[in-house]
Design a protein around this ligand. Structure first.
Ligand code: COI
Length: 327
């Protein structure tokens, strides 16, 4: 069976090479990102695997279908890079992957700790030999309430990671299960906004939650709230966030993902302008951490992404199930 993998990153290559040894697989890999112009690379393949920066638009999906592709897998948890409705209409089944949630969860805790201990500011000071502590007093997690929005695999892993810190954990998720209830006090979204000292986003991006963090929802949060986002940039109205940091309503921000990040992240801009004014404005504040969508980036997660994507496609092509199907 033939599978084409697009946007193959350097860290993924060795896992693709391992999979190429499978006698039942003809695996084509390319570093090119999927676009309407390069669907021909998947000629003869029933399954296509794409990286997070690839876009599967309606036009691209139609072209893929025309050359015989029936299954598409994104090597990501989030799947807003696929026009899922178009895929359903066209007749291409789609899946995402489940990689180690601790990659993102541990990074989320890192952003929380760095934010409450002003760690980046402290290190910037020490880099210029300023070892004073003026303005650098931090807070202890055990005295804080952390609100987790979204209790999927990553949200739950964040709750597990935080369980040793002694903070109060509250969470909102649309379909709570027993485990969520054991890990955190489940509350309504409004209560979470009202009570949390730190709010951490772990929900997939959908039309319904675009800009869920906006001037109205921020106004309902505690003064001095800290906002952490390792999910998707579009969950936050960046201008509203900038205003809230500027006014002091939000005392710190740790974001690994931001709006319109596509031509910014994972690229060296050392000698080039970055065309994302809001991101640049936000990152100029000393109490804001902006990182380049790196939370997922661990050895374990890279391996899981490749294996889960290709195994799922191979199972589908040979008539089996794919437990990561996007329904
Ligand atoms: C995801 O898996 O959803 C990520 O955010 C990872 C990234 C490579 C797009």
């Amino acid at each position: 069976m033939k599978i084409a993998a697009y946007g193959c990153r350097e860290d993924e290559i060795k896992y693709f090479e391992e999979l190429k040894k499978r006698p039942d697989l003809k695996l084509i890999t390319t570093t090119e990102h999927l676009s309407p112009d390069n669907v021909n690379l998947a000629q003869g393949a029933k399954g296509v695997s794409i990286e997070g920066l690839c876009r599967a638009s309606c036009e691209t999906l139609e072209k893929l279908y025309d050359i015989g592709v029936r299954f598409l897998s994104t090597r990501t948890v989030g799947y807003n890079n696929i026009d899922v409705d178009a895929a359903r209409e066209i007749g291409i089944r789609c899946s995402n992957v489940s990689y180690s949630p601790y990659s993102v969860a541990e990074y989320t805790v890192l952003l929380m700790l760095a934010s409450i201990r002003k760690f980046i500011h402290l290190m910037a000071r020490s880099a210029v030999l300023d070892y004073s502590l003026r303005g650098m007093q931090g807070k202890e997690l055990r005295n804080m309430t952390v609100g987790i929005i979204g209790m999927g695999r990553i949200g739950k892993a964040v709750a597990r990671c935080l369980s040793g810190f002694g903070c109060r954990l509250i969470a909102y998720t649309p379909h709570p299960d027993e485990e969520s209830g054991r890990l955190a006090d489940m509350v309504a979204m409004d209560k979470l906004y009202e009570q949390a000292d730190i709010i951490s986003l772990h929900t997939p991006l959908k039309n319904s939650n675009y800009h869920m963090i906006n001037s109205d929802t921020i106004s309902r949060m505690k003064d001095g709230v800290i906002i952490i986002n390792t999910a998707r940039g579009e969950l936050i109205d960046t201008e509203a966030l900038i205003n809230a940091v500027d006014s002091g309503k939000v005392s710190a921000v740790g974001i690994d993902t931001f709006e319109n990040e596509r031509n910014v992240i994972h690229i060296d801009h050392e000698a080039e302008l970055i065309h994302n004014r809001n991101m640049l404005a936000l990152k100029a504040y000393p109490n804001v951490i902006v990182s380049p969508h790196a939370a997922y980036y661990t050895d374990q997660a890279s391996k899981d992404m490749v294996y889960c994507s290709i195994d799922g496609l191979a199972s589908w092509i040979s008539g089996g199930e794919n437990e990561n199907e996007i329904k």
